[in-house]
Every structure is written in structure tokens, then in C-alpha cells.
Design a protein around this ligand. Structure first.
Ligand code: NOJ
Length: 537
């Protein structure tokens, strides 16, 4: 049957682990690989299919692992290579795939490649990074800005040139126009793929190639005060260059040297640009991350348009995906509210395309307020006071009601949320009404019903706070009705074809209710309805 030959990354559910914050096994206040191994049974019970680990490689931790000093090692903070191999074995034995973070755009300034590169202008590694002469007045080569504040160029007095860094000055960008760089990173990929990892999430993949002439970026006329300063310019010449697709196609060919692996790209671009990352003849990233929901105004018509625009932009044969949270953006429960987070969960797990969950969102974890003296995030430190800080969405996983939430037995690197006394895995797993139980039910239903994994997305006209769509295939259909507001809504009979049986509600009291010609939803309620009578019973 067609269903069974779909690759695992199309029908599975992905779960992002931020390793520093998931589970500490050695009481140093920072999560580690052994901790993840200990918690695999939880992930299996949750029902996810794949875990993606944010970076676990040796790093000075200027950007908490996104500044790598050795691509093929494991940072001692997280454990050893033996620990990682044990994780891979245990995950695979339990039916879980393991995705690693690949950070090819930049290294740490402590990476041996950069240490060599900065040594002299004629060092063989000089051209592995992006070095440019100052302008005649000694200033940086062009006006490009770092995403973490200030110029993107750092002056290196010993060789009297600037190097480019799209993020921190401790994160110099590699020169992806240099074939030696490409080959080196491709070998890094092979190293991990041979070990058995199931794929990569590639950090800032749309940044890899910059304009060959390093032209100034134009002013962004839509800049809004209060937004990060780098947004004053449009990144016309510093990101999303046409040649990047050749680089990605090469990475994909490495992926395809191995069986059943996946290439995921981190890309913040509008839908029509995002979908170009599937690549010519779909030989690019299999899953260019779709982050549209992360910044969506949370109302039914905006979300409807986002789905419509994304579905409409997808090239033939491209597989969609949806993301509700990650380690760079405020928690969904804080963005949309605690009650609406349940509706958001139903949305994520009933849309067409691979869903990615961020650790703790299944508990409704909220953004944690970080006191000024506890800020760890370098972005917040460089660009204070406008709310860009990412610590609040990276706080320790809330396992139980103990002092450090079962995450650690000593003071964690970031504070534990106060509400962890109530909002924790132990409590929520025991409560059939909890958001965790809802997530389990949604994932279970998605697993049970191929229609939810693979059915077409068919929008249904609705207004006000109501979002309606069907998932359809071969004459079977499910209807999803989501109330994105906090007031009740009624759906009259007729166009929406609303007769059938409720399979699941975001409220725990409606399963198996029969719908005949119309439906009343409470505020913040969503339901999945079997509208073709094939699943009930
Ligand atoms: C994107 C990552 O998601 C983010 O956490 C990091 O700070 C930047 N890339 C720079 O590596």
C-alpha cells in the first residue's frame, strides 16, 4: 500500500531536545546525553518517532554549542562518544530516530581551522573563512550587520583584515565558495551518518553563501523600532543567494549515499522563498523547516492564510512540515495562552506535513522570566531590553515537583519555572485532562490514522474565530474544527458537512459524541471529527 512506502520522516513526529535543559545525570546543573538515555522511555510513551538534539559537540559555549570547535567530537559537558553511541543504540532499539544539529555556516573562533586561518594571510586555511581588507578609511568592508548586534565584521589587527561573522564575533563564517570547506563538512556528515545518525537539522542553511561582490545591503524601509537592530537592513546580499542551492544539493547527495536519512534546513524566509530550498528536482533539503506558525498572529483568518499560502507554494512532490516552538522563539503557551496551547497542539498534529515539537511544549511549559543577573543568552546580552532573550524558552524540563523539577539535583544553569511544582510530567501524566494527555492522544491518533499523516489538506470556509479543514483521501475524510477564540462558536449545518463522530476534543469530555448537522464549540475548543464513518467504533 502507498502509505507504507512513505519514508519515516514523512509520517513521523519529531521532537527537539535542547540537551542542556532536558535531563542532568551528573549533578552539574547542565543536561547531558546519559540524561537523555534515562528519559527515552518517556519519549517512547509520548509516541514521537524522532529526536533532534541541539549541538552536543565540543564548544567554548559562547552560543551554547552553536559555536563548534570540533565537529566530530562530543563536549565533555554532555558526555563521551561512548555515551552518544549508547544513546544511538538505545534510541534505535526503542524505535526512535536520532537527528543531529549540523552547524556548517560558522565555527567557533577556537576551532583549529580558524586558529590557523587567522595566523597569516598566506596560511592554507586563510580562504576557509571570509577575510576582507578594510575600506580606505579603515572601516569594515561593507555595511552588513550581525544578527546578534553590531557590525558583522571583526577587525583582526595581526593581519590587518576583517573577518565576517553573521552571529557572534566568536562565530566566524566559513567560506562556502571554497570547495575544500564543502568537502570537509561533507566528511563530517559522513562521519556521523556512518555511526548511524538518521539525519541532520542544518543550522541557518540559507546563510551559507554570501554575495560574491560583498555589496552593501539596502535599508529595510519596513523596519520597526523595537525590533533587533540588524533588521534595519534587508539581507539582500548576505543570505539566500542562488548559489546556495548547489551547496545544499551536494549535502543532499551525501545524505543519499546512505539509506533513509533526512536533511532538514533551518530557514526563516517567506513561503515562496522557503520552498526553493526543496531544491531543483527536489534534490535539496527534504524538510526546509516551516516556521510560519512561530510568528503568526494567533487568529483563525491569519492561520488559514498561512496554511493556504504555504500549501499553495509547495512544489510538486515536496513534503510539508510544521513547527510550533524551538529554542530561539518564545514558548507557544506564552504566545497563544495556556488554554489556546491545546488548540495549537491539535493544529500542529492535524495539519498535513511532518510536525516538530519542542521539548516541554507538551507540558504547556511557559516562557520563564529571567532576572537580569541570570541572563545567559549572548543575543540578550548584546541586544538588551527589547525582549530578544532566548533563555526563557530554554529552562529545565519539568519532570516532577522537586526543587529542581527532577532535572537536576544541583542548581540548574537556568532557573526552573516556579509552576513546575504543579506543571510537571508526573502530575500531568496522571491527569487525563492535562495537555500532556492531549498530546499523547493526538500523537496516538496520528499514528493510528494514516489519513492524518498522509491525507490531503482541504480548507473549509469559515469565519470569525473558527478554523475548519478536512483531511481527505480515497473517499475518507476527517474534519478538524478549531476555535481560536475564547468565546463559544456554533457551526450551522450545510457547507461544512458536519455529521459524524468526534474522535478527540481538546476538552477531555467529548470523545465519541455524535454530530448531526451542526456543532457547538466552547471557547478554546478544537475537535477532530470522523466525517466519513470509517474510524468510529
Ligand atoms: C540558529 C540557532 O538556532 C541559534 O540558536 C543560533 O544562535 C544561531 N543559529 C547561530 O548559530
Amino acid at each position: 500500500m502507498a502509505e507504507s512506502i512513505k519514508p519515516w520522516w514523512q509520517h513521523g513526529v519529531f521532537y527537539q531536545i535542547y540537551p542542556r535543559s532536558f535531563q542532568d545525570s551528573n549533578a552539574d546543573g547542565v543536561g547531558d546525553i546519559r540524561g537523555i538515555i534515562d528519559r527515552l522511555p518517556y519519549l517512547q510513551a509520548l509516541g514521537v518517532d524522532a529526536i533532534w538534539l541541539s549541538p552536543i559537540f565540543p564548544s567554548p559555549m559562547a552560543d551554547f554549542g552553536y559555536d563548534i570547535s570540533d565537529y566530530t567530537g562530543i563536549d565533555r559537558l554532555f558526555g563521551s562518544m561512548g555515551d552518544f553511541e549508547a544513546l544511538l543504540d538505545a534510541a534505535h532499539a526503542g524505535g526512535l530516530k536520532v537527528i543531529l544539529d549540523l552547524v556548517p555556516n560558522h565555527t567557533s573562533d577556537q576551532h583549529p581551522w580558524f586558529l590557523e586561518s587567522r595566523r597569516s594571510k598566506d596560511n592554507p586555511k586563510r580562504d576557509w573563512y571570509i577575510w576582507r581588507d578594510p575600506t580606505t578609511d579603515g572601516g569594515p568592508p561593507n555595511n552588513w550587520l550581525s544578527e546578534f548586534g553590531g557590525s558583522a565584521w571583526n577587525y583582526d589587527a595581526s593581519t590587518a583584515q576583517y573577518y565576517y561573522h553573521a552571529f557572534l564575533s566568536q562565530q566566524p563564517d566559513l567560506n562556502w565558495r571554497n570547495p575544500a570547506v564543502r568537502h570537509a563538512i561533507q566528511d563530517v556528515m559522513r562521519f556521523w551518518l556512518r555511526k548511524g545518525v538518521d539525519g541532520f537539522r542544518v543550522d541557518v542553511i540559507w546563510h551559507l553563501i554570501k554575495d560574491a561582490e560583498f555589496r552593501d545591503n539596502p535599508l529595510n524601509s519596513a523596519f520597526q523600532e523595537g525590533r533587533p537592530p540588524h533588521e534595519r537592513l534587508s539581507p539582500l546580499h548576505s543570505t539566500d543567494q542562488p548559489e546556495v542551492h548547489d551547496v545544499i544539493a551536494e549535502m543532499r547527495r551525501v545524505i543519499d549515499e546512505f539509506d533513509s536519512r533526512v536533511l532538514i534546513g533551518e530557514i526563516y524566509l517567506p513561503p515562496e522563498r522557503l520552498v526553493t530550498y526543496y531544491g531543483r528536482d527536489l534534490g535539496g533539503a527534504q524538510l526546509p523547516f516551516n516556521f510560519a506558525l512561530l510568528s503568526a498572529p494567533w487568529n483563525a483568518r491569519s492561520i488559514e492564510k498561512i496554511i493556504h499560502d504555504y500549501e499553495g507554494a509547495l512544489p510538486a512532490g515536496a513534503w510539508p512540515n510544521w513547527v510550533l516552538g524551538n529554542h530561539d522563539r518564545p514558548r507557544v503557551a506564552s504566545r497563544v495562552g495556556h488554554d489556546q496551547a491545546r488548540v495549537a497542539a491539535m493544529l500542529l498534529l492535524t495539519l498535513r506535513g511532518t510536525p516538530t515539537l519542542y521539548y516541554g511544549d507538551e507540558l504547556g511549559m511557559r516562557q520563564v522570566a529571567i532576572a537580569p543577573d541570570q541572563v545567559r543568552d549572548p543575543f540578550e546580552k548584546n541586544v538588551p531590553d527589547i525582549g530578544v532573550g532566548r533563555d526563557g524558552c530554554r529552562t529545565p524540563m519539568q519532570w516532577d515537583a522537586t526543587r529542581y523539577a527532577g532535572f537536576s539535583t544541583s542548581t540548574p544553569w537556568l532557573p526552573v519555572a516556579k509552576d513546575s511544582v504543579h506543571e510537571n510530567v508526573v502530575n500531568l501524566a496522571a491527569d487525563m485532562r492535562s495537555i500532556l494527555s492531549l498530546y499523547k492522544a493526538l500523537i496516538g491518533l496520528r499514528r493510528k490514522l494514516p489519513l492524518l499523516q498522509l491525507g490531503d489538506y482541504v480548507p473549509v470556509t469559515a469565519d470569525g474565530d473558527l478554523l475548519l479543514y478536512r483531511r481527505e483521501r480515497s473517499g475518507s475524510s476527517l474534519t478538524i474544527a478549531l476555535n481560536l477564540g475564547d468565546q463559544p462558536v456554533s457551526i450551522a449545518s450545510g457547507a461544512a458537512r458536519l455529521s459524524g463522530t468526534i474522535l478527540l476534543s481538546t476538552f477531555p469530555d467529548r470523545a465519541r459524541e455524535t454530530i448531526e448537522g451542526g456543532l457547538d464549540l466552547r471557547g478554546n475548543e478544537g475537535v477532530i471529527i470522523d466525517t466519513s464513518g470509517i474510524y468510529a467504533g
